[in-house]
Design a binder for this molecule. Structure first.
Ligand code: FCA
Length: 330
């Protein structure tokens, strides 16, 4: 039952009309939106599919939408309203859109849950009133740094002669937490701070990372060995592709990403190894399913989800990726 038809008009004989509430909310059809910033990326495809699958099991509808910029997000919310949706899960294209998104959602009486990227309020702080589920960014970043240090050691590299390409995205708090965690773990393992070079990316995808990384390799041609890290594996792949353009081979590069999605599986499936050594995998299936479940319980039973849920990761490499994928239900 859609909100517009919630008040059914009952016609009584000679032109008399009565409006009466028809069906109670619990029996109503539930429609939830799932809006993502990068609908073409495997991570987000999987989240949306997992939410849809849960809806099929539990009898509610999930409308999957793209929100690649502020305008598209607001239109997506309007669209959801016209479909009678009671709420949506969102990974916003820019966390500072939080107040505008909440404003629109509240006009329609919709409930909102964020996934992956948490809204930031006008004061620059996370919007604590919007329930969130996302990675434990700093810890997962540390796992990346530890994996890089371990592989450098396994290859017998002298850290003094190794450069680190740190692809950054400081606009996005979870991204900063992740690269900070990786940096701290590298420093802890004795990596020289002066050998870390920044490549600020404009976005969170492979193309923006490639553009950011290329000039760094061009300028630092004196290093033969590189480690590469970023907020996600798509960006690390951009860095690895850029390193290949500068003639660096798989044996000269150690890239470790984050996510454990189709982008990493495709890389691990290549016949010859590349500089993409591994990725810290997190269950996008769980992120999609859990946020949809939380929102559904909120809409139907009034159970407000926890303010902030953080998830953990497992290192996935060419050697174990299929086993980790199965374990995480990916
Ligand atoms: C951010 C990144 C995604 C994924 C997600 C959990 O949104 O852009 O790649 O890592 O966090």
């Amino acid at each position: 039952m859609r909100p517009l038809s919630r008040l059914a008009t009952v016609t009584l004989g000679a032109g008399l009309a009565l409006s009466a509430p028809t069906i109670a909310l619990a029996q109503e059809e539930v429609t939830l939106g799932f809006i993502v910033k990068k609908p073409e990326q495997a991570w987000f495809i999987n989240e949306q599919q997992a939410a849809t699958a849960l809806g099929e099991e539990q009898g509610f509808e999930v409308v999957r939408l793209a929100g690649e910029d502020g305008q598209q997000v607001l239109s997506a919310i309007d669209n959801l309203h016209s479909q009678g949706a009671q709420g949506f899960v969102i990974c916003p294209p820019d966390v500072r859109l939080g107040p505008a998104i909440m404003n629109r959602a509240e006009q329609y009486g919709m409930k909102v849950v964020t996934v992956d990227d948490r809204f930031v309020g006008p004061d620059g702080e996370p919007m604590e009133t919007v329930p969130h589920l996302g990675m434990s960014g700093y810890k997962i970043g540390q796992q990346v740094g530890e994996a890089l240090a371990a592989e450098m050691e396994a290859r017998g590299w002298n850290p003094e002669e190794v450069a680190a390409l740190r692809i950054t995205n400081y606009e996005l708090p979870t991204a900063k937490e992740r690269t900070d965690g990786a940096t701290d773990a590298l420093l802890e393992a004795g990596f020289p701070e002066g050998n870390i070079f920044d490549a600020p990316q404009q976005n969170s995808d492979t193309a923006s990372a490639f553009s950011a990384a290329s000039p760094v390799f061009a300028k630092r041609g004196d290093y033969e060995h590189w480690v590469i890290y970023a907020l996600n594996e798509e960006s690390v792949l951009g860095g690895v592709r850029a390193s290949e353009q500068y003639g660096l081979g798989a044996e000269d590069v150690i890239g470790v990403g984050i996510n454990g999605s189709g982008a990493a599986f495709a890389e691990f499936s290549r016949e010859a190894p590349t500089g993409f050594h591994g990725t810290v995998a997190v269950s996008s299936t769980m992120h999609g399913r859990q946020t949809a479940e939380n929102l559904h319980a909120w809409v139907t039973e009034g159970d407000e989800p926890p303010a902030n849920t953080v998830t953990s990761g497992t290192l996935m490499t060419r050697d174990n990726w299929q086993a980790v994928r199965d374990e995480l239900g990916l």
